[in-house]
Design a protein around this ligand. Structure first.
Ligand SMILES: [Zn+2]
Length: 244
């Protein structure tokens, strides 16, 4: 078997694509997480130990990605305290995460997208990086997170804390710009797979070094919602900083 990262003929392991921790939190509810799809005609299935692919990585290469997977789980699977909340008109609209490492977190999303793109597992069949696959692989091999706008990452979080399942990732579009959308235990991660810049309403909302991440507390699929949210957020952040 050929490892897709090092291209060596080696024994391949059960490689997770979405790290196990993002499933484990759901499993603490004493039942296996439900894997959902919003594709027509498909029914939810139980996946007792998460989802893995036995045809993509050797153990050594999988270990290279582990620090990035670990960092993403540390940053995203924390209890979000009130100190991190951003309010507007007494309504909690976002969380601000200041404590993260751009390189590690960005490389997690780069490798997540690459792994999902090369995987032949049914769960990941609706994700493809197409002509960008090679570039993602080179970024992984050189441990280069790239500039913030390259595969820009924007995060949202369901405001409803009860999340019953994991949806399969899929392609998405905002104002004509191509994205892939991943569901990670309550989070939605939007990764830009397009050489054009981010849509206007996402201008302040993508992962950058030395800037706190703003996690919007909703799934802003429609860019109109996004424009409104961005406006509200910009005002409330300004207010927050002025008051501080
Ligand atoms: Zn390898």
């Amino acid at each position: 078997m050929i490892c897709q990262l090092c291209r060596n003929d080696k024994k391949l392991i059960k490689a997770h694509i979405i790290p196990k921790g993002f499933f484990r939190q759901l499993r603490s509810e004493r039942r296996s997480p439900e894997i959902h799809t919003n594709k027509e005609g498909e029914h939810p299935k139980r996946a007792p130990i998460g989802i893995y692919d036995t045809g993509i990585l050797c153990a050594e290469c999988d270990n290279r990605l582990a620090p990035w997977d670990n960092h993403a789980q540390q940053v995203l699977l924390q209890n979000f305290s009130e100190d991190l909340a951003i309010y507007h008109n007494r309504q909690k609209i976002a969380y601000r995460i200041a404590d993260f490492d751009y390189k590690l977190l960005k490389l997690f999303f780069i490798s997540l997208l690459w792994r999902a793109s090369i995987s032949t597992h049914k769960f990941y069949q609706r994700v493809s990086a197409g002509p960008f696959e090679q570039q993602l692989k080179e970024m992984i091999l050189s441990e280069d997170p790239g500039p913030p706008l390259m595969f820009a990452v924007t995060l949202a979080r369901f405001s409803d804390p009860v999340v019953t399942g994991v949806l399969d990732p899929h392609r998405d579009k905002f104002e004509g710009i191509n994205y892939c959308r991943f569901y990670l235990t309550g989070f939605v991660a939007y990764i830009k797979v397009d050489s054009r810049s981010v849509p206007d309403f996402m201008k302040d909302l993508y992962l950058r070094p030395d800037t706190p991440i703003k996690v919007i507390l909703r799934d802003f699929h429609h860019s109109k919602d996004g424009v409104v949210m961005k406006d509200i957020l910009r005002k409330s952040v300004r207010t927050h900083y002025t008051n501080a």
